[in-house]
Design a protein around this ligand. Structure first.
Ligand code: HSE
Length: 298
């Protein structure tokens, strides 16, 4: 018995929602085949597209799968084959896609004993291996789809957020690797109350804008003064990318997850394409090798 899965890329943080907001892309993701076997335990038989460890203890999919297996009453084991299409250290949830795919596939093969939030908790253990922190803002949208909010980590409380049908996203990925653990290390542990007030004002505004499909409000809310200033120095021509996005009609833009990818939220795919072209021009001029992704949020 086997299952073939598409494991979507995701954009975490969405400017004002560090570690709590995320959205799911539908045009880029990994592929995974999972087989139920009589051999016990988790075995990663093949990884193509990237050189990653097949030892399940050193692989995010393996760690997430083992976390789920520990909680399953079964004599079976699982064999995992991974086709990595999302580059590690890209900022669009490469490790989350692997972790989420593994738990989703095993759950399906076992007749769905776990709910989606329980799957998120197992997948987070895989994420911890990659980033050194238990964050759920990539695995939650990968498993729930659409836009998600991590209302609380302890206890884990994930809320699926309404997303206007026309919302689209353009992502540009400079071909450099930024490790999430490094990008977390540059952050300050404390923030001034004044910054916190502006940030949670924007977070509330963004959520409200998504529900009421108020694109102006979404646009006004897409700011981040807590994380972006520290991380943007790691991203080539970050300011120029943001300016190009704004000039070409993006609602807002920022660092995708822990970077180096930069996302721009747009009303409509046509605008997202225009914004992607404008961001591409910035990198063509400066000679930064890059990839582009344009997607609806699904
Ligand atoms: N919220 C996490 C971070 C996402 O920004 O570190 C990592 O993709």
């Amino acid at each position: 018995e086997q299952i073939r899965i598409f494991c979507p890329a995701t954009v975490a943080n969405i400017s004002c929602g560090f570690d709590v907001l995320g959205l799911c892309l539908d045009t880029i993701g990994d592929e995974m085949i999972i087989r139920k076997t009589s051999r016990k335990g988790i075995h990663i038989s093949k990884i193509s597209g990237q050189s990653l460890p097949t030892d399940p203890h050193k692989n995010v999919a393996g760690v997430a799968a083992m976390a789920m297996l520990k909680n399953l009453n079964t004599d079976n084991g699982f064999e995992i084959e991974i086709q990595k299409n999302i580059k590690a250290g890209s900022g669009i949830g490469s490790s989350a896609a692997s972790a989420a795919g593994a738990v989703y596939g095993i759950n399906k093969l076992m007749g769905s004993p776990f709910g989606t939030s329980e799957m998120v908790a197992f997948a987070m253990e895989g994420e911890q291996l990659a980033s050194g922190a238990l964050h759920a803002d990539n695995v939650a949208p990968a498993l729930f789809g659409g836009f998600t909010l991590v209302r609380s980590y302890d206890p884990l409380d994930i809320v699926k957020i309404h997303c206007p049908g026309e919302l689209a996203v353009a992502v540009i990925h400079p071909q450099i690797e930024v490790k999430t653990s490094d990008a977390r290390a540059v952050l300050k542990k404390n923030i001034p109350l004044k910054s916190a007030i502006r940030q949670w004002g924007n977070l509330g505004g963004l959520i409200s804008g998504l529900y009421t499909e108020d694109y102006e409000l979404i646009s006004r809310s897409l700011h981040d003064e807590i994380v972006e200033p520290h991380r943007s120095v790691l991203i080539p021509a970050f300011k120029e990318l943001k300016e190009a996005a704004a000039l070409n009609g993006a609602l807002g833009s920022g660092i995708s997850g822990s970077g180096p990818s930069v996302f721009a939220l747009c009303k409509g795919e046509k605008t997202a394409r225009k914004v992607a072209d404008a961001m591409k021009k910035v990198y063509s001029k400066t000679g930064v090798a890059h990839e582009l992704h344009i997607s609806k949020i699904n």
